[in-house]
Design a protein around this ligand. Sequence first.
Ligand SMILES: *Cc1c(COP(=O)(O)O)cnc(C)c1O
Length: 380
Amino acid sequence: MSNIPPLDLKRQYQAIGADVSAAVLEVLASGAYIGGPIVQNFEQQFATYVGTTACVGCNSGTDALYLALRAMNIGAGDEVITTPFTFIATAETISGVGAKPVFVDIDLATFNLDLSQLAAAITPRTKAIMPVHLFGNPVDMTELMSIATQHHLTVIEDCAQATGAKWQGKPVGSIGHFGCFSFFPTKNLGACGDGGAITLNDARLAADLQMFREHGSRQRYYHEAIGVNSRLDAIQAAILRVKLPHLDLWNQQRSAVATRYQQLLANIPGIITPQVTSGGESAWNQYTIRVVAPTGTDAAAHRDRVRASLQEAGVISMIYYPLPLHLQAVYQDLGYPVGSFPNTERVSHEVLSLPMFPELTFEEQQRVVYALKDAIDTCR
Ligand SMILES: *Cc1c(COP(=O)(O)O)cnc(C)c1O
């Protein structure tokens, strides 16, 4: 029996590959490879999808976060609050503009920022909050925006894993001041290479974002700021334009996979299934359980044994993320010792992301669940 991968992009290509290839060939024949009407058209369509007035394409989700920070003039001496339980890019961009990431622990149930601890982290230097809709699960944006408004803070949503997720019926990326998206191939809307976008409702800031992504230039060869070269390629925009109309169906299929996992895993002792924020609709980029170790045993070692046992049964799982950002070598200078964020540290020892993609079959899911039950039994 073949392995069940965490994600199989070939199945999506089999379904829509003819349209994707035709769109790529059209760009190749057009001679317009950077910028041009296809990129602009995709930006418009994506803004419409997210429900904002503007969208600025760029080279990656990382650059989307970086450009949003630059557009708000955030830099040396400023602080930006975010979660230590995320991909490095979130905090890396804060450091990249010269500002300081300030971490706040997560809520055990949702894996997202614990908003009850947010206000205590705000100082006179705080300029922005960067919430992450981790694994596709939206942050409570009503509560977050209320705190941000009270303290006059900019909200930059990291929507990299949450394209199509909704908070109280509104797409994420349309609620904060900036929505930052990634089109990395493993994200819900993935290109065939790198890509990203920023959504917003402010034409002046959109023009500033365009200036920063274009070498700090509004008029070619006249430069007003130190910018970057971060454009969305026409080939990637053409591919994304083919895929966007499928996104809602793919997310519904992910949601159906998640619902089946919730049912099949409901009564297995030793695991905790993921919880969607009440009021939110997850995009289910990942289906991440917590494997709880028997008392007196090492949590991470137990989780790793379960993972190895799954792998022997042909089920490939992933660990997002094994080491929280405040404990990374690169962030030792921030001065957060072990124990600073107990929930984050705890889940980093317990999390296991099971195979999750729209095309995953019921039979495959059953195999995952049998293998998991077996793994939990043998790892007691
Ligand atoms: C993927 C990801 C990013 C970065 O996106 P890239 O397109 O890979 O640069 C940022 N934040 C989170 C939470 C991500 O998962």
